[in-house]
Design a protein around this ligand. Structure first.
Ligand code: PEP
Ligand code: MG
Length: 327
């Protein structure tokens, strides 16, 4: 099996019926590019920029950020790179940015909520990103978006920074730059049809989407039985997001753990998810799995998993049985 995987390093990701999907890598620093390229990532589906902040003794400067983003964009040689703006808060803290004591940090002051409040920090990051966009195919992504108003405000700030750069005569990608959001809060998943009219793309963050939908802390072993990726509620939300995006001609990725999960991938392929972003070490396994699956044959599976009253475990078995029969 490993020998077959090795051959897939330079291959495109195609299904048995010849449909192409992007299998991408999640990265935390420019150093992770090595693994991404070694495993034949067709894109970077999530660059978690918070490590840039966490590995620094003070707020990283615009130039420091620019260098890191440019390195990633150049390293991917024109392949798409989705960069997520700072997702601090929750369990991630910065020594130089005191956050309030909170009863429920995962429901509190984090990610885009901090960025919209601390616009000095946000604008510096956006400027660095825009400058780097001249060196590759950049997609900017906002984390933890709950309302349309948050997205509009964040995009408005981005546009203001674009106008400033333009006035200063500093280059950025005016043609191909895309701006999208993570779908990791149920409110956004439910209103995906409305968001789809205004964003360029979605990336579904199942790690948080599952915890918020099931009201079960993703790191708490006492409620881990409720952390159910294949629960029909989760599958329906995901399907709703994909259908809503496609209706508006937008693309949808997934960058949570589920995107590289062997049970989830067949369901996602059946739903038509466009991009699968995962840790680099999962890429070849998923590409190999895709090769054996026919998207038409998966329609029935999706129908059953979302519409028959099956449990998380029953859905897992259903997919396992299907894959066994078809590969
Ligand atoms: C997610 O929530 O699924 C996600 C990809 O973001 P993170 O794991 O960084 O919260
Ligand atoms: Mg998240």
């Amino acid at each position: 099996e490993k020998a077959e995987w090795a051959k897939l390093k330079t291959a495109a990701s195609v299904t048995a019926d010849g449909k192409h999907f992007d299998v991408a890598a999640n990265i935390g620093t420019p150093k992770d590019l090595v693994g991404a390229n070694d495993n034949g990532a067709e894109a970077i589906g999530l660059y978690r920029t918070e490590f840039l902040y966490m590995d620094s003794a003070e707020l990283p400067s615009e130039d420091d950020q620019f260098e890191a983003y440019k390195e990633v964009l150049e390293g991917m040689k024109g392949k798409p790179v989705v960069v997520r703006t700072m997702d601090i808060g929750g369990d991630k803290h910065l020594p130089y940015l005191p956050l309030p004591e909170e009863m429920n940090p995962f429901l509190g002051y984090r990610a885009i909520r901090i960025s919209l409040d601390r616009q000095d920090i946000f604008r510096t990051q956006l400027r660095a990103l825009l400058r780097a966009s001249a060196y590759g195919k950049l997609r900017i992504m906002f984390p933890m978006i709950a309302t349309l108003q948050e997205f509009r405000q964040a995009k408005g700030i981005l546009q203001e920074e674009m106008a400033k750069l333009k006035a200063e005569g500093i280059a950025y990608d005016e043609q191909e730059l895309q701006v999208g959001i993570m779908i990791e809060i149920p409110a956004a998943a439910v209103l995906a049809d409305q968001f789809a009219k205004e964003v360029d793309f979605f990336s579904i963050g199942t790690n948080d989407l599952i915890q918020y939908t099931m009201a079960a802390d993703r790191g708490n072993e006492h409620v881990s039985y409720l952390y159910q990726p294949y629960n029909p509620s989760i599958l329906r939300l995901i399907k709703n997001v994909i259908d809503a995006a496609h209706k508006e001609g937008k693309w949808v990725g997934m960058c949570g753990e589920a995107a590289g999960d062997s049970t989830m991938v067949p369901l996602l392929l059946g739903m038509g998810l466009d991009e699968y972003s995962m840790s680099a070490t999962s890429i070849l396994r998923v590409r190999s799995l895709m090769k054996h699956l026919d998207t038409q044959e998966l329609q029935d599976l999706v129908e059953q998993a979302t519409n028959v009253s099956l449990s998380n475990e029953e859905n897992e078995k259903l997919v396992a049985q299907f894959v066994k029969e078809h590969r």
